[in-house]
Design a protein around this ligand. Structure first.
Ligand SMILES: Cc1cc2nc3c(=O)[nH]c(=O)nc-3n(C[C@H](O)[C@H](O)[C@H](O)COP(=O)(O)OP(=O)(O)OC[C@H]3O[C@@H](n4cnc5c(N)ncnc54)[C@H](O)[C@@H]3O)c2cc1C
Ligand code: FES
Ligand code: FES
Length: 507
């Protein structure tokens, strides 16, 4: 049995453990306003907004892809769909602005876009006089595709929302209603969908149901249900296990609970590792980052997962727990082969150790993907170092997409460690890279493209170490960084796609 509120009304439903929020809405509750496009979290047509009791009042509406969100994760939440936004005949400002700016054509994507705009509008109500920053708009809509209207009218509608009459639904400002859904409790009353609250309970449930998959944000796992039509008679949910949900600060670093979401982790990274935080802006979409966890990213062991290369460059460690108790493992010992990890039967990841940045240490992270928003990496490079005088120290270089697992490249590190950051040292590093790695060759990029692009990321790093302005024949001073970095990458892309070379440019 799942108890939750839908558009201000209490619901009590019983569905199998592998039911998605989308299937619950459309098939069980007959709410067909939420659409199914891709069923894989990519298009945003199924976007809904969920307020969870874990965040303090007032309710914070966060978008999610209903197609890959387990229905049982609604326990104790308030779910809002496109049917719930209007107040009688009066449209919500997000809807009214979409109408006024002609931001819908076939209409298939529109419920999802309206829900993303709804969440954006609600999060900005206190500051609605400030113009909407382009980055905030991109972040809110990056997970919504529209194939026929074009994005300009949608963007215009987003900018115009704040000026619309404030006709929000009656449930939006009802404190009694909020108290009611917050009182429902998070623990599941379902027989086959288990929500352990502590590690000991998790261990017991895993012994009793060894075949039950573990689920956290479900943004990888649930594709098994929607794409491969897998069925799970039992599911064990990690999102309420206290030990997996906290961030514990220590003198030399932090233990990040494995079920902490990207959105919850981001403020810490922004303060201490801005380059890592910047990467999160490009990890999936807002819908994905609201629910996906770092533990899921590591356990999934994809060679193109975004956080493992960065965590490898930061020398992260893992705390694992299983039937034989807890143990710690360097992340570098976790990835054994393609999607094969060091997890023993019955074990799970409890937390990830993130060391505090040392004095003078620096981090650069570059992700290459075909699309900026909501796209998996073709290749990701993470570079850690300190500079003492002219010399590079503590050099750590890690890549994703360059082998069957994310990995560090010791020969590249050795080519640079203790050396001045000269062109010769980086030429050695690039030679070492080519000798050490045999990248994947797949639809995202050929092995040749990946090798060339990875070498170009080393070049890019080298250029950022020498950012002094240089005079160019065309006049003004330009930073080496902005002029030359993209060119080798563009050339590599053209070679990989067998395009004719561009006409030579001066400078
Ligand atoms: C549209 C879309 C875009 C995406 N974009 C990106 C992207 O840009 N970059 C990227 O890296 N990934 C991306 N992903 C993949 C996914 O979002 C991430 O890998 C995410 O971090 C997975 O976390 P989760 O909590 O959703 O994992 P889940 O799907 O819940 O779990 C994934 C796997 O890990 C296991 N697991 C989860 N937690 C634990 C634990 N604590 N211990 C042991 N096993 C565990 C589960 O059993 C499952 O096998 C994308 C996915 C989608 C659908
Ligand atoms: S249907 Fe496309 S994201 Fe859910
Ligand atoms: S209006 Fe047709 S896909 Fe967006």
């Amino acid at each position: 049995m799942i108890e939750f509120f839908l558009n201000g009304e209490r619901q009590c439903v019983d569905v199998p453990p592998d039911t998605s929020v989308l299937a619950l809405l459309r098939e069980t509750l007959g709410h067909c306003g939420t659409k199914e496009g891709c069923a894989s979290g990519d298009c945003g047509a199924c976007t809904v907004a969920i307020a969870e009791p874990d965040a303090p009042p007032p309710a914070m509406w966060r978008t999610a892809n209903a197609c890959i969100t387990p229905a049982h994760q609604l326990q104790g939440c308030h779910l809002v769909t496109v049917e719930g936004l209007a107040r009688g005949e009066a449209l919500h400002p997000a809807q009214a602005a979409m109408v006024e700016y002609h931001a819908s054509q076939c209409g298939f994507c529109t419920p999802g876009i309206v829900m993303s705009l709804f969440a954006l509008h609600e999060s900005r109500r206190q500051v609605s006089t400030i113009p909407l920053a382009p980055q905030a708009l991109e972040a809110a809509l990056g997970g919504n595709l529209c194939r026929c209207t074009g994005y300009r009218p949608i963007r215009d509608a987003a900018h115009a929302m704040a000026a619309q009459p404030d006709s929000r639904p009656t449930w939006a400002d009802d404190p009694e209603l909020e108290t009611a859904w917050r009182a429902l409790g998070r623990a599941s009353h379902a027989t086959h969908y288990h929500t352990p609250q502590h590690l000991a309970e998790l261990a017991r449930l895993r012994c009793e149901h060894p075949q039950a998959p573990l689920v956290a944000g479900a943004t990888d796992l649930w594709l098994g249900a929607t794409q491969r039509l897998e069925q799970w008679p039992e599911v064990i949910d990690l999102r309420q296990v206290a030990e997996l949900r906290r961030i514990a600060a220590e003198e030399t670093g932090w233990w990040i609970g494995a079920a902490v979401t990207y959105q919850e982790w981001e403020p810490l990274l922004r303060t201490h590792y801005p380059a890592f935080a910047h990467l999160l802006e490009r990890l999936g979409s807002a819908q994905i980052r609201h629910r996906a966890t770092v533990g899921g990213n590591i356990a999934n062991a994809s060679p193109i997962g975004d956080t493992p290369p960065v965590l490898l460059a930061l020398e992260a460690r893992l705390r694992l727990a299983g039937p034989e108790g807890e143990r710690e493992l360097p992340l570098s010992a976790f990835f054994l082969d393609y999607r094969k990890t060091a997890l023993r039967p019955g074990e799970c990841i409890v937390a990830i150790w993130l060391p505090r940045p040392e004095n003078g240490s620096q981090l650069r992270v570059w992700k290459l993907s075909k699309r900026r928003e909501d796209d998996i990496s073709t290749l990701l490079g993470a570079f850690h170092w300190r500079q003492t005088g002219e010399r590079l120290q503590d050099v750590r270089v890690a890549f994703g997409g360059m082998a069957a697992t994310p990995l560090r490249v010791p020969t590249v590190e050795a080519a640079l460690e203790g050396k001045p950051a000269t062109a010769e040292a980086f030429a050695d590093a690039k030679r070492a890279l080519r000798a050490a790695l045999t990248p994947l060759d797949d639809v995202r990029g050929s092995a040749d493209y990946r090798l060339t692009a990875a070498a170009n990321l080393l070049e890019r790093w080298a250029l950022t170490l020498r950012p002094e302005p240089r005079r160019y024949p065309g006049g003004g001073a330009r930073c080496v960084r902005s002029l030359n970095v993209c060119r080798p990458i563009t050339l590599a892309l053209r070679r990989a796609r067998r395009c004719p070379p561009p006409r030579p440019r001066c400078g």
